[in-house]
Design a protein around this ligand. Structure first.
Ligand SMILES: NC(=O)c1ccc[n+]([C@@H]2O[C@H](COP(=O)([O-])OP(=O)(O)OC[C@H]3O[C@@H](n4cnc5c(N)ncnc54)[C@H](O)[C@@H]3O)[C@@H](O)[C@H]2O)c1
Length: 261
């Protein structure tokens, strides 16, 4: 039996079959989990179609799939209300969502970031975790596990990562405060600091090609990671294998962050 057998949860952030959320789902499904999904709403329904077909590649023919812009309280309420009415309770939440205006993700232009770009990046990429944690209490009466995705640029300066680095620092510390608040309700909150992966979101960051090259040169393992490796750590954090772990940022970066030079 897989370690996620009998567990059900919701995954935010599959844009296509290269998304971190897709690799996490792949490993969750392999471990026996039942997954529900949300997609970013758009007028032409492109995001819904892409999310649906990516999920179908994993053998989930008729996914539970709802629209959700995480900057909208109404959208979040609708998703959590529907989870509650359809299932009563869930066991896990995967937050794999981030956004920043790419105009401010160029090497050397952090100082030009506008108030609006700052607020938008922090709201979509960090506040959204708090917003989900807030709503988790209503759907996790027996406790549960929440994870999000972060990057080393939240700890150190990475050229071009800019405002996204500020958002990741906020996300990582939100993880600790949420974990402390929700711990007495047996809800655990952790974040995975993943190595660079070629996704839509990554392509918005100026200097991303250099990041990949540098990763392989500097990482302890001398290589980058595979999406499935992050997926396996997600399974660990969302399963009962990690019941004593909360508030952590776990690096799945082939040892990139432990090497200084
Ligand atoms: N790709 C990398 O190198 C890398 C490394 C470490 C961490 N991460 C993090 O992994 C997470 C997933 O990103 P990814 O790289 O898989 O890229 P991705 O583009 O595949 O996924 C980003 C997701 O965020 C969603 N999104 C953006 N704005 C939203 C909003 N307002 N409401 C709802 N959804 C919204 C997009 O629709 C998309 O599904 C992000 O938090 C990202 O910062 C990525």
């Amino acid at each position: 039996m897989g370690v996620m057998e009998g567990k059900r949860g919701v995954v935010f952030g599959i844009a296509n079959d290269r998304s971190y959320a897709w690799y996490i789902t792949k490993q969750l499904v392999e471990a026996g989990a039942e997954c529900c999904f949300t997609h970013l709403p758009d007028e032409k329904g492109k995001m819904e179609r892409r999310c649906r077909s990516a999920v179908q590649e994993l053998g989930i023919d008729e996914p539970w799939l709802q629209p959700c812009d995480v900057s909208s309280d109404d959208d979040l309420d609708a998703v959590f209300d529907k989870l509650k009415s359809d299932f009563g309770s869930i066991d896990f939440i995967v937050h794999s969502v981030a956004f920043a205006d790419r105009a401010f993700l160029q090497t050397g232009n952090f100082h030009t970031t506008t108030r609006q770009a700052w607020s938008q990046a922090l709201e979509i990429s960090a506040y959204s975790l708090l917003a989900m944690g807030q709503r988790s209490v209503g759907v996790m009466p027996e406790g549960g596990s929440i994870i999000s995705m972060t990057y080393y640029g939240g700890e150190k300066v990475i050229p071009g990562y800019n405002i996204m680095g500020i958002a990741k620092a906020a996300l990582e510390h939100t993880t600790r405060y949420l974990a402390a608040d929700l711990g007495r309700q047996a809800i655990r909150v952790n974040t995975i600091s993943g190595g660079p992966l070629r996704t839509l979101a990554a392509s918005a960051v100026g200097g991303i090609a250099e990041m990949f090259e540098h990763q392989e040169r500097k990482a302890a393992l001398g290589r980058n990671i595979a999406g499935e490796e992050v997926g396996n750590t997600a399974v660990y954090l969302l399963s009962d294998l990690s019941t004593g772990v909360t508030g952590e940022t776990i690096h799945v970066d082939a040892g990139f962050s432990i090497v200084g030079l």
